[in-house]
Write a protein that binds this ligand. Structure first.
Ligand SMILES: O=c1ccn([C@@H]2O[C@H](COP(=O)(O)OP(=O)(O)O[C@H]3O[C@H](CO)[C@@H](O)[C@H](O)[C@H]3O)[C@@H](O)[C@H]2O)c(=O)[nH]1
Length: 471
């Protein structure tokens, strides 16, 4: 498993993501940046991810599997059950890994853990290792969770669905708030998980964030007045941004198998800017009725479409839809999303506004039609449409459904020639430039990464506890 890294005497950092695609991608990508700056990085891959992941061999970091309570292929019935077993198993597995490392040539100095696994910090500290959480969602959304937890400015359950005004944030309607803020009853296990991010935030020495200063400037300033936060994103492979890391062309680790060849060939055959790319990420589950509205909305828009429908969702596509749209569209089960967004034929991204997809579209200058589903996505959609003005957001009907007419209207607004389309394109291009600048040499995120690396290199002495001090 172990690969050659740039510097043999480098500080060693462990990185532990929750094993879902939207968390693996940014943490793996950040790991690559750290490795490019001379650190030795080990990405910890919980066993449930399996060994059959689709892995890019050019990846510059080490991977170390640890037991998370599940054998490859074994699945928990619910997210809550998975997290429970994960939490019961990982501390021991992690302690064994840290122990193994401590007697090696490269004892770990620091652990970067997914912010929704705050208890990792306690395990690390008991071994004399420092740690810091990595936040995979926006600063704005985290601030909203923070205010909810404080219970003063934002109280749940919300009795009145009136607009909310909070420091450093634009005025937000009820429908702009993360779905979990609507109340613990909505998603019990996940609610606890997201709110636990704050349980020991004051004990962490670095808070690393997949965002960039320019994108969330006022919010970053507000947070920086409370915590040592460091925006280090967008965590997109370098070849799509600053192009400084030649081998960094892809995320490199996928839990799904992309239909790359079919997809890129199909895109090559289309006119520039003529395709709507549609994807709702790795987790979203639409109702059968909503899938049907989406399908017929795509048909009504009369535009070419490339639609990602995961294997588990395929049976919801209306029976006659594929035959009726063979000339217009292609449905695939997973795409090489960054390559798709960077393709000249793509003119618009219809997205659920997962934070990675949002950052990817902004970084590649692709205008969006935002169709949020749950968790942080409504707030991301609010920013996309009204703050960054890089797209439009669908209106949800009273029955919670987005109609085919509404989907058609939004796609046309972003795709069809006219003032509105030009405005959105201009804003999208602006964010593309700013994202690139943030990651390029001397950019805001690049400086933060340098600062983090320098601080680790400065603690030259091995701080891992000696055998008789270990727990
Ligand atoms: O066909 C596809 C579809 C997606 N992706 C990639 O998969 C990732 C998906 O991440 P994201 O857009 O954030 O969506 P989710 O998978 O839904 O991510 C979960 O995690 C995110 C980070 O915490 C949250 O913002 C989301 O709301 C939550 O659903 C992105 O990097 C995409 O490039 C592909 O490569 N191919």
């Amino acid at each position: 498993m172990e690969r050659e890294q740039k510097t043999s005497s480098a500080s060693h950092v462990l990185v532990l993501p929750l094993p879902i695609q939207g968390h693996i991608n940014p943490m793996l990508q950040f790991s690559k940046r750290l490795a490019s700056k001379g650190l030795r990085v080990t990405l910890i891959t919980p066993t449930s991810m399996g060994t059959s992941m689709h892995q890019d061999n050019a990846c510059s970091i080490n991977m170390e599997p640890i037991f998370d309570g599940y054998k490859e292929g074994e699945r928990a019935a619910t997210a809550e059950e998975y997290i429970e077993r994960f939490k019961a198993t990982i501390p021991q597995s992690l302690a064994e890994l840290i122990d193994k490392n401590s007697t090696s040539q490269y004892p770990a100095k620091f652990i970067i853990y997914d912010s929704i696994l705050p208890w990792v910090l306690d395990v690390a500290k008991s071994w004399g290792i420092e740690g810091g959480p990595f936040f995979t969602q926006s600063c704005a959304v985290t601030v909203l969770y923070y205010h909810t937890l404080q219970g003063s400015a934002l109280k749940i359950p919300m009795e009145e669905k009136s607009p909310v005004s909070l420091p450093s944030l634009p005025q937000l309607e009820f429908s702009d708030l993360p779905s979990l803020v609507h109340g613990p009853g909505s998603y019990p296990g996940i609610y606890d998980l997201l709110f636990s991010q704050f349980s020991n935030i004051d004990e962490a020495s670095w808070l690393l964030w997949n965002t960039f200063n320019e994108l969330e400037d006022e919010i970053v300033d507000w947070m920086a007045s409370k915590w040592p936060i460091k925006p280090i994103g967008p965590t997109i492979p370098s070849m799509f941004l600053d192009k400084r890391l030649e081998d960094d062309k892809d995320y490199g680790l996928s839990l799904f198998k992309p239909n790359s060849e079919t997809c890129m060939k199909w895109l090559d055959s289309k006119e520039p800017g003529s395709v709507v790319y549609v994807s709702f990420g790795s987790l979203a589950v639409l109702t059968e009725d909503q899938m049907a509205e989406l399908a017929w909305g795509l048909k009504r828009s009369n535009t070419h479409f490339l639609w990602v429908v995961r294997e588990s969702e395929k049976q919801k596509v209306p029976g006659n839809f594929v035959e009726e749209t063979t000339e217009m569209g292609l449905i695939i089960t997973w795409s090489p999303q960054l390559k798709v967004l960077a393709h000249k034929s793509v003119g618009c991204f219809m997205t659920h506004c997962g934070w990675n997809s949002t950052l990817e579209a902004l970084s590649l200058g692709v205008p969006m039609v935002a169709m949020p589903q749950w968790t942080d996505q409504p707030s991301n959609a609010k920013f996309v449409a009204d703050v960054w003005q890089a797209g439009v957001r669908v209106k949800v009907g009273e029955n919670g459904m987005v109609t085919q007419e509404e989907i058609e209207r939004c796609i046309r607004e972003v795709m069809m020639e006219g003032e509105r389309r030009d405005e959105i394109r201009t804003h999208s291009e602006k964010w593309k430039k700013l994202a690139r600048m943030a990651m390029d040499e001397g950019g805001s995120s690049d400086k933060n990464i340098d600062e983090f690396v320098a601080s680790l290199n400065a603690c030259n002495s091995n701080s891992t506890k000696s055998p008789d001090q270990r727990p």
